[in-house]
Design a protein around this ligand. Structure first.
Ligand code: NAP
Length: 246
């Protein structure tokens, strides 16, 4: 079975649905358990088992309890997608320590805790799959020094865990999306006071394939890494951005 964090909406919800179509039972984890019900229902609609779990991925106790509950209800989690994310954009001179730390807590501490708690089950099973959701922002993006550092950090975490866990038959990879239409990008437009359609048009003008990403585009890449047949691919970062990156 697979755990997807940040699964209530956007990219995480699409990943959860896609993994169910691929044959995984899926635990949909997000801050608010109730917000995950729709995703859990979509998973069961695909004929797979699901559980909606409320937990803050940056909270050690909450993560430990959540993984214990998932293992008890759905069996050992042998696949993990660290997708939960937030943005707290600001140029460096105005960024507060809280804005810096809250982004680190979700992306980096969250991925670290989720990996640490689930890998115990993967090692026991002698099989596992982990995918971390990075971003093209890892390559640098004005106003996102916190987010960019966190997303680049996830790439380092990915490569190191691929080395540490490989001998247990566990692969660890990262998917780095480009501009994808979700509540997160809608929120960015609202924050900076730009009409969303204008923002999309401006982004699309810089994307080789001439369109914005959809959550399903990212789910497609995650599906590849979680496929049992992808066991010889580990420690990789796949940019899913409609053109070359990285
Ligand atoms: P989204 O629509 O904002 O969804 C993110 C989800 O993560 C939300 O349901 C959010 O819950 C949840 N979350 C936030 N903090 C959490 C925490 N501490 N514990 C558990 N869940 C938490 O964002 P998205 O666009 O689908 O993004 C998904 C991932 O892709 C993120 O890691 C993001 O950085 C990455 N990404 C997105 C894009 C893009 O263009 N959309 C591009 C590159 C990378 P609440 O709603 O309750 O806050």
């Amino acid at each position: 079975m697979a755990v997807v964090t940040g699964a209530a909406r956007g990219i995480g919800a699409a990943i959860a649905r896609r993994l169910a179509e691929d044959g995984y039972d899926v635990a949909a984890l997000d801050l608010d358990e109730g917000a995950c019900e729709e995703t859990a229902a979509a998973v069961t609609g695909c004929g797979r088992r699901s559980v909606a779990v409320g937990a803050d991925v940056g909270d050690e106790v909450a993560v430990t309890r959540a993984v214990e509950r998932i293992a008890a209800e759905l069996g050992p989690p042998v696949a993990l997608v660290n997708n939960a994310g937030i943005q707290r954009d600001r140029i460096l001179s105005r960024m507060t320590v809280t804005e810096w730390e809250s982004v680190m807590a979700v992306h980096l501490r969250g991925a670290f805790l989720m990996c640490r708690e689930t890998q115990r089950h993967m090692r026991e099973a002698m099989w596992g799959r982990i995918v971390n959701i990075s971003s093209t922002a890892a390559l640098g993006n004005v106003g996102q020094v916190n987010y960019s550092a966190a997303k680049a950090g996830l790439q380092g975490l990915t490569r190191t865990l691929a080395m540490e866990l490989g001998r247990h038959n566990i692969t660890v990879n990262a998917v780095a999306p480009g501009f994808t239409i979700t509540d997160m990008t809608r929120g960015t437009a609202a924050r900076v006071g730009i009409d969303f359609d204008e923002m999309v048009a401006s982004q699309v003008s810089q994307i080789a394939v001439g369109r914005a990403g959809e959550p399903q585009d990212i789910a497609q890449a995650v599906s590849f890494f979680l496929d049992p047949r992808s066991g010889f691919v580990s420690g990789q970062v796949l940019y899913v951005a409609g053109g070359p990156r990285g």
